[in-house]
Write a protein that binds this ligand. Structure first.
Ligand code: SF4
Ligand code: SF4
Length: 653
């Protein structure tokens, strides 16, 4: 009997460490370099969810692409043929769960649920799978992002994450797995549920066949019912533990003749499978990690497919090959994020396609749907599709009614950007007309505004953009003498560095000025502000339930503001949550300055409460996903005396 120097599966460990290494590099890129990183770019579970959403709604879940779907298809095939190799070799949550459970066992606080407790706990992951699928189909957004512990940690709890749900799932991974063996993987992981359904593939295939037949015969049945059925049957199959022999091409096999029953393999199994009770390990939890093989010191007792040769490297090699195939597959086809046609059949036949790339604001399902809505307003356009990975749009149009150049113009969103409010001492501003190339999407609009705000030779109070080739920008500037060439060079800078919420960002720029002219006409300060002001108007706290006679208006001047629309929403979010008597927040521009009107129910609150509320230093904004953000209150207000009636606003919004 030889003593083994390495009694763990080195190949698998290298695979797991490589994945963690890649994630650390990505995290460095994301948190330190501040670059955009798509942490879900290769997530097979996301791919399967997205494929479901595409089949049901003809739309891909937000930011999902064919890459993830390719990985999802490979996952499905690989589980049937080779077991849950993704769990044992790739999944970072699996790696962490295994490590934590091991520490718990070392401290003798980790136990393995058995019997009815084990069977009851296994239902959690199937319930989660059905719930995630339901909401993903409903919203075309990946619902699992809300609480995926990996996604929450990797993105620093970004806006997609529901803070409380994510904290619970992170606690489940860390605390649950510390005390209960592989808690996350065995009991809570929805991908684990899906993997086990695929592992017991017969029920899945039979139900899929029935579902397709029902659809074919005209029965309208949501994909959710199929997923619910496979979840219920998958759970029953799992607790009955392998009623059907699996197709799996690789298995752990043990030779009872040579095995000396030392039970080291039992102890080494991360899943707690009693390996010595099997000659072929076909337990549902076995993910071919190979630890039982690596630990065995008796030649010819246990191995992959044959006890004589251990072949412990084989599962890791297979997973590496499958990854390459998955990536290749993902590149071979492209599924649109949305693909909607609203013309008639004849138009479909004769329509032509206009394609445009690099529209960076088309980046998810929500922005894709906004794009579709925008296109629906354009006469002659009969359909639109988006591909968010390339920020690509394809517009189907009737060539008899519209030209590609007109479609391009319809895609362009003209913008008015206020940089700084001119002082009351300025009667008018000069206008500089700039024709610029490489300017099209909302990101260009945003970065141009930041760039112009940094121009130190003059003050650019704001600008507006109009479609053209090149795009036309009107810059509203102070009246001091201007050297246009300096301004041109400034706009053509290669990069900008700017701060946002205390973080420094660097952005590459590529604007190219074709012409720059000082216009003869000027614009008055008031006209400029009326042009730039983005009014806000929203009700809250069941406004519609109150009679008009119960509602009064508290009116204040707004001093110093910038992103008024968004900030109006933030203000309402804070004050309406804290004071249920506030039923509407509205802003508009009146003469020399903006006004905020706060409508309130006079039996619930009063102007003094409202004044205290709006004058706070900090606003607390609570988002629908539960995320809470504290912001410096950007407004300063001034009370208006009732006798000091202001110029009546020109437009009530
Ligand atoms: S297979 Fe190897 S490790 Fe397991 S009981 Fe037999 S001899 Fe021991
Ligand atoms: S039985 Fe062996 S290969 Fe299967 S999970 Fe346990 S240790 Fe890993």
């Amino acid at each position: 009997m030889k003593r083994k120097l390495i009694n763990f599966n080195l190949f698998r460990l290298l695979s797991q460490l490589s994945i963690l290494g890649i994630l650390f590099v990505l995290a460095y890129d994301f948190f330190i370099q501040m670059n955009y990183v798509d942490f879900e770019a290769y997530c097979p579970f996301g791919g399967i969810m997205a494929l479901g959403s595409f089949i049901e709604n003809e739309s891909l879940a937000c930011s999902m692409t064919s890459k993830q779907i390719g990985m999802g298809i490979i996952l499905f095939v690989s589980i049937i043929l080779f077991s849950k190799l993704f769990c044992s070799n790739i999944c970072p949550i699996g790696t962490v769960t295994e490590f934590i459970s091991k520490q718990g066992r070392k401290l003798k606080v980790n136990f393995t649920p058995k019997g009815i407790t084990d069977k009851a706990l296994r239902i959690i992951k199937y319930a989660l799978l059905a719930i995630i699928f339901y909401f993903t189909l409903e919203t075309s957004e990946l619902f699992c992002k809300k609480f995926d512990p990996f996604y929450a940690i990797a993105t620093g709890f970004n806006d997609d994450v529901n803070v409380w749900m994510a904290i619970i799932s992170i606690a489940t991974v860390f605390v649950g797995s510390f005390f209960i063996r592989m808690f996350w993987c065995k009991y809570a992981c929805p991908l684990g549920a899906l993997s086990n359904i695929f592992k017991n593939y017969w029920a899945f295939i039979i139900l899929a066949f029935i579902y397709v037949i029902l659809l074919w015969t005209g029965v309208k049945l949501s994909l959710f019912w199929f997923v619910l059925s496979i979840s219920i049957i998958g759970y029953i199959q799992e607790i009955l533990n392998n009623p059907i022999e699996k197709l799996q091409l690789i298995k752990i096999v043990r030779d009872e003749e040579t095995c000396i029953d030392c039970k080291k393999c039992d102890k080494s199994c991360p899943q707690g499978i009693p390996v010595t009770e099997y000659t072929k390990v076909n337990h549902i939890d076995c993910n071919m990690c190979g630890e039982c093989v690596s630990v065995c010191h008796v030649k010819g007792s246990i191995g992959v497919n044959q006890p004589k040769k251990k072949l412990v490297w084989l599962p890791t090699l297979i997973v590496a090959i499958l990854l390459v195939i998955g990536l290749f597959l993902g590149k071979q086809f492209k599924l649109p994020t949305v693909n909607i046609f609203w013309g008639d059949g004849l138009q479909k036949e004769y329509s032509e396609t206009f394609t445009m790339d690099n529209l960076r604001d088309v980046k998810c399902y929500g922005s894709s749907m906004s794009f579709v809505e925008q296109m629906k307003q354009v006469p002659g356009v009969v359909g639109a599709a988006t591909y968010v990975d390339k920020h690509r749009v394809k517009v189907l149009y009737d060539p008899q009614r519209i030209e590609p150049a007109e479609i391009k113009e319809a895609i362009f969103n003209p913008a008015k950007m206020l940089n700084i409010e001119p002082g009351l001492d300025l009667d008018s501003l000069v206008i500089v007309n700039v024709k610029v190339n490489n300017f099209f999407d909302a990101y260009d609009t945003y970065f141009m505004n930041i760039l112009l705000s940094q121009y130190s030779e003059h003050t650019v109070f704001g600008y507006e953009s109009m479609y053209g080739e090149p795009v036309n920008l009107k810059l509203f500037m102070d009246q001091s003498p201007l050297i246009l060439n300096n301004l041109k060079d400034f706009i053509e800078k290669d990069e900008i560095i700017f701060m946002e919420e205390g973080i420094e960002y660097t952005e590459d720029l590529n604007f190219e000025v074709v012409s720059i002219d000082l216009l003869k006409e000027k614009i008055s300060r008031v006209d400029f502000m009326l042009k730039m002001f983005k009014a806000y108007n929203a009700t809250c706290n069941n406004y519609e339930n109150y009679e008009q006679r119960d509602i009064e208006t508290f009116r204040v001047k707004v001093l110093g503001y910038r992103k008024n629309q968004q900030m109006g929403a933030h203000l309402r979010n804070d004050i309406a949550r804290n004071d249920t008597g506030i039923v509407r927040v509205k802003t508009y521009y009146a003469g020399d300055y903006p006004i905020a009107e706060i409508e309130y129910v006079n039996t619930i609150t009063n102007p003094e409460n409202i004044w205290n509320s709006i004058s706070k230093d900090t606003l607390t904004v609570t988002y629908t996903n539960g995320y809470v953000q504290k912001l410096k209150n950007p407004f300063q207000f001034e009370k208006i005396r009732s006798e000091e009636l202001l110029i009546k606003p020109e437009k009530q919004h």
